[in-house]
Design a protein around this ligand. Structure first.
Ligand code: DX5
Ligand code: ZN
Length: 230
């Protein structure tokens, strides 16, 4: 994958039909998704439980685009190899998940996988300043992680602006996750984001039998975001 700052929409399959992941992934990709975002939760770092490595491995053959695996787990390091072997194209780990984010990012890259660092809404931009050269992406959470369908937290907009300035010319994506809609997407894109995760805003009103609904939702977010680019 060559680096560029075009807008990329990454639907979160946390909002998909859990009995039908293969068909859901094929449907969102056919309807224009650029990446597929997989939310891994451990019931400890966040108050919810989702996908272990075997589940992620089962998703892999259905993903033709780019599988972005968001690890909301603590500790992280001992699971990196398993999620890499499951087929993640990128693994993102939270700066709050342990004392050694630098080591964690090195371990992700050592697996030959792209690496991302994640900040919760309560964590300041400066927390990633010293690890940017180990990252292919910074993920700025605009909800407290754990659940889909929450309200966008606006302090993420100013944080995006700060991190975009810190990144400068380096080939590092800025991803936004939580409460992204056609209303909030332009705010973060104007501040410098290029990858937009959206769960409920993509899956609402659609289904594998009515995939056109997903397409309408993806296009609405993309068009709103691109307008903000001018
Ligand atoms: C939250 C997850 C998100 C979530 C986004 O813990 O990291 O990816 O699924 O869902 P929406 O877009 O509904 O806020
Ligand atoms: Zn996520």
């Amino acid at each position: 994958m060559t680096f560029d700052r075009s807008i990329k929409i990454a639907p979160s399959i946390l909002s998909a039909d859990f009995a039908n992941f293969g068909a859901e992934i094929r449907a969102i990709e056919a309807q224009g998704a650029d990446w597929v975002h997989v939310d891994v939760m451990d019931g400890h770092f966040v108050p919810n439980l989702t996908f272990g490595p075997p589940a992620v491995k089962a998703f892999r053959p259905h993903v033709k685009t780019f599988m972005d695996v968001h690890l909301m787990i603590s500790p992280v390091d001992q699971y990196i190899e398993a999620y890499a072997e499951a087929g993640a194209d990128m693994i993102t780990a939270h700066v709050e998940a342990g004392p050694h984010i630098h080591r964690t990012l090195q371990a992700i890259r050592a697996q030959g996988v792209k690496a991302g660092v994640v900040l919760n809404p309560g964590t300041p931009a400066e927390a990633v300043a010293d690890v940017l050269d180990l990252c292919d992406m910074v993920l700025i959470m605009t909800v407290n992680p754990g659940f889909g369908g929450q309200k966008f937290i606006h302090s993420g907009v100013e944080k995006t602006r700060k991190i975009r300035a810190m990144i400068g010319d380096r080939p590092i994506h800025i991803q936004i996750d939580g409460g992204v809609t056609p209303e909030t997407a332009p705010l973060v894109v104007a501040a410098g984001a290029d990858v937009l995760v959206a769960g409920s805003a993509v899956f609402k009103g659609g289904s594998v039998d009515n995939p056109g609904g997903y397409g309408e939702n993806i296009r609405a977010i993309r068009e709103a975001a691109e307008t903000a680019r001018g």
